[in-house]
Design a protein around this ligand. Structure first.
Ligand code: CDP
Ligand code: MG
Length: 717
């Protein structure tokens, strides 16, 4: 039952070179030339059925799969590749306490396997917990599974989900989808995760920081439960593609099974020359496809984030109105984390007959969610990633090249239902220079939260059983910061201080927890709660590309001379004052994302509950913004920059040269000191999310820290 994985990509038998002809349009994106590829995707290891040596199993499924929109939901379930294998799978799950399941995206792993386990009652009296790296995926999948469950079942009954600040589960819930971050938080309250008898760590190849920590946590919980004769914990690791050997070794050489999905040939095209403006190239490529492809051959474009995606959507909508554009009507959809849920769900609706659906998405659509009807993929080749640099002390958000593995995942999205096409907006040599796989987040992220959470679990991060160890400097930097914040006495301490224990109760970066916990002292608990809640939710500001000036003028009245955080606070306060019935029109008028601001209010309520449990009384500083600005410094004193030359700032922590981002309220002004919450790197390093502070306050608020970090220039120089 060997499977030759190479054959699924039909690469190289189509040698024509496609050229995009000139646009007859107003906004002419530069035409881009592609070359047909002859390279092959990396061949996954051949996995054999019951191969003792490899300890791995292959499943094969024969049917061709065409996802026609009209078939019933139960028929759709039966047509999934995983369906034919359910008995074999259940048998394996029964027999092994840890199992790795690999399978193509869309084969039914996430939605079906928990339901099979539940039908067979393999979880006995416990729950089945399934982690997802992304909020969107946890929610959409839970909704889908509740719908599949039928019998008028709504989400929150047998099937539920828990994401940060939102718990849609009840006592009845058996199948619980949750973000990996949430399961980690649950582990703090219950180290052995006793409510679960089955834990599925899904999308393991994404290697998010939380999933990586969970690997160690569930492994430990399983072992201890076994030693103490408690109900056993079954662990299932699921993934689209991954280095099976590496995972299996870590989980004591556990069994791995491979579920063959149905994939069709995909013709891959590379750009003939490099294109720096990949966004415009994506638009140009879309219109080339649109002109040539039959209706309902839908297109998926991969870009990096909200701004890029909205700009691209706007450009396509605008160009599609041009009378010279031929082809069926175009329907544009977007998919990114910050967007309202109803818009996210719209992407999954089957497309209308005789139209062309184009979805512009972040890497969410790589493996986390499956959208039917896609025949064409346009891969911009980039991704937005957060990375921490111990040497500069900055955690930077940066657009960077994807890995080859990601490129293949994106390509695969075009071949799920029939033969497809993938246009890569990069050259073959650029592809060859990409990393084979992405660096796990734990090896490039700020570890403050993780180190704190592990300490709350009684574990020292340097001695934790990581699958891949994070750099020692990052762990030490986190200990250093926790000491500065007062969460631990010493950098080699394993015990949290009483303050540290309180900090660990908040589902927040320790710096934000510190702000909340010190707000009482400044009489601004209410304002601190609002600010932290707004910074912990998706942006409440909508900025449609076409109406930038209008947005600026209508929001002018909220702008604070103290900067962005206070501006956000002003907006929130005004929103609260608006009558219930007028909130929607007020949001519309001021370009505020109503869903996100309501969500921020929810977040605020939950944070307020935790504050009350920590014995804080909610006080307000009214208009005395100095109190709030000082309070922000109690958590963020390591995020301070000082003006040192025309428009140039230097961070106090490690002396990095930075500038104020053009989108900040403080852009164009030159306050002496600012505290920042975000660093964005393009060709320069920019600060975003700013509040002005006074130099004197630093000595007052963080005297210990200031002993080692003197101000770079005195105020008068
Ligand atoms: O986890 P995996 O990628 O193997 O597949 P899945 O997420 O379980 O998806 C199985 C099928 O369910 C896909 O073919 C989707 O079309 C469908 N699905 C859906 O229609 N709506 C969702 N929110 C999730 C999945
Ligand atoms: Mg999945």
């Amino acid at each position: 039952m060997d499977v030759d994985m190479d054959s699924k990509y039909n690469i190289g038998n189509n040698n024509k070179i496609s050229t995009i002809s000139k646009f007859q349009m107003k906004l002419k994106p530069t035409p881009i030339v592609f070359n047909n590829s002859k390279i092959s995707p990396p061949s996954p290891k051949r996995l054999k059925l019951n191969d003792k040596e490899n300890n791995q199993t292959v499943f094969n499924s024969a049917n061709n799969f065409h996802n026609k929109p009209k078939i019933s939901i139960q028929d759709q379930r039966r047509k999934l590749p995983v369906f034919e294998q359910r008995n074999k799978l259940l048998d394996l799950i029964k027999r092994h306490k840890t199992l790795i399941i690999l399978g193509e995206t869309g084969s039914g792993k996430t939605t079906q396997i928990p339901q099979y386990i539940n039908s067979a009652r393999l979880q006995e009296n416990g729950k089945i917990g399934i982690t997802q790296p992304r909020r969107v995926a946890a929610i959409t999948v839970a909704l889908r599974v509740a719908q599949e469950y039928g019998q008028g079942m709504s989400v929150g009954d047998v099937v539920g989900y828990t994401v940060r600040f939102e718990d849609v589960t009840t006592k009845k819930t058996k199948i619980k989808y949750l973000t990996d971050g949430m399961l980690l938080r649950e582990a703090i309250n219950d180290r052995l995760l006793n409510q679960y008898t089955v834990i599925i760590l899904d999308e393991a190849h994404e290697r998010t920081i939380h999933t990586d920590v969970l690997f160690g946590i569930v492994k430990r919980a399983q072992k201890i439960r076994e030693e103490r004769n408690l109900p056993p914990l079954k662990i299932i690791i699921m993934s689209a593609t991954m280095d099976v050997d590496h995972f299996s070794r870590y989980f004591n050489n556990c069994q791995a099974v491979y579920l063959e999905g149905r994939t069709y040939p995909v013709n891959v095209f590379f750009a003939v020359k490099p294109h720096d403006d990949y966004q415009t190239s994506c638009v140009a490529t879309f219109f080339k496809i649109h002109r040539e492809a039959p209706p309902n051959h839908d297109v998926l474009i991969f870009l990096t984030g909200q701004e890029e995606i909205e700009a691209c959507a706007h450009q396509i909508r605008l160009l599609s109105k041009d009378p010279d554009v031929q082809g069926p009507p175009i329907r544009v959809f977007t998919l990114y984390a910050a967007q309202p849920g109803t818009q996210q769900m719209a992407v999954f609706q089957p497309s209308q007959p005789n139209t062309r659906k184009v979805i512009i998405s972040t890497n969410i659509a790589e493996t986390s969610v499956t959208i039917s009807g896609i025949r064409y993929v346009i891969d911009g080749g980039m991704v937005k990633a957060r990375s921490f640099h111990p040497s500069t002390g900055l955690e930077v958000l940066k657009v960077q090249r994807i890995s080859q593995e990601q490129a293949w995942q994106r390509t695969g999205r075009a071949g799920r239902e029939s033969e497809g096409f993938c246009y890569r907006i990069y050259t073959r040599s650029q592809f060859e220079l990409m990393k084979k796989t992405a660096v796990p987040e734990i090896q490039r992220a700020n570890l403050n939260s993780v180190v704190l959470q592990l300490l709350a679990l009684g574990v020292h991060a340097l001695h934790f059983d990581f699958m891949d160890k994070p750099p020692k400097e990052s762990i030490l930097a986190a200990f250093e910061q926790l000491k500065q914040l007062g969460a631990i006495e010493d950098i080699d301490s394993i015990n949290l201080t009483p303050l540290g224990r309180k900090m660990a109760k908040f589902p927040l970066d320790p710096r934000f927890s510190k702000i909340l916990l010190s707000s009482q002292q400044f009489g601004c608990v209410a304002e601190a709660l609002t600010t932290v809640a707004l910074l912990s939710s998706e942006s409440i500001l909508l900025t449609p590309c076409s109406r930038r000036e209008q947005v600026q003028s209508v929001r002018q009245k909220f702008c604070s001379g103290y900067g962005d955080h206070i501006t956000l606070l002003n907006i929130y306060r005004e929103f609260n004052n608006v009558g219930k019935n007028n909130k929607r029109s007020w949001c519309h008028e001021h370009f505020i994302n109503m869903r996100n601001i309501l969500h921020a209010r929810e977040v605020r309520n939950q944070l307020e509950d935790i504050c009350k449990k920590c014995d804080l009384t909610v006080s307000s500083c009214g208009g005395q913004m100095d109190q709030l600005r000082k309070c922000l410094l109690t958590g963020l004193f390591t995020n301070v920059a000082q003006l040192y030359r025309d428009r140039q700032y230097m961070t106090l922590d490690k002396g990095q040269v930075v500038q104020i981002h053009p989108s900040s309220d403080l852009h164009g002004q030159q306050p002496q000191f600012v505290v920042f919450t975000e660093v964005v790197q393009t060709n320069k390093c920019y600060l975003r999310g700013l509040t002005t502070v006074e130099g004197d306050w630093l000595n007052e608020i963080a005297p210990e820290y200031m002993k080692n970090h003197c101000l770079r220039y005195s105020r008068d120089s």
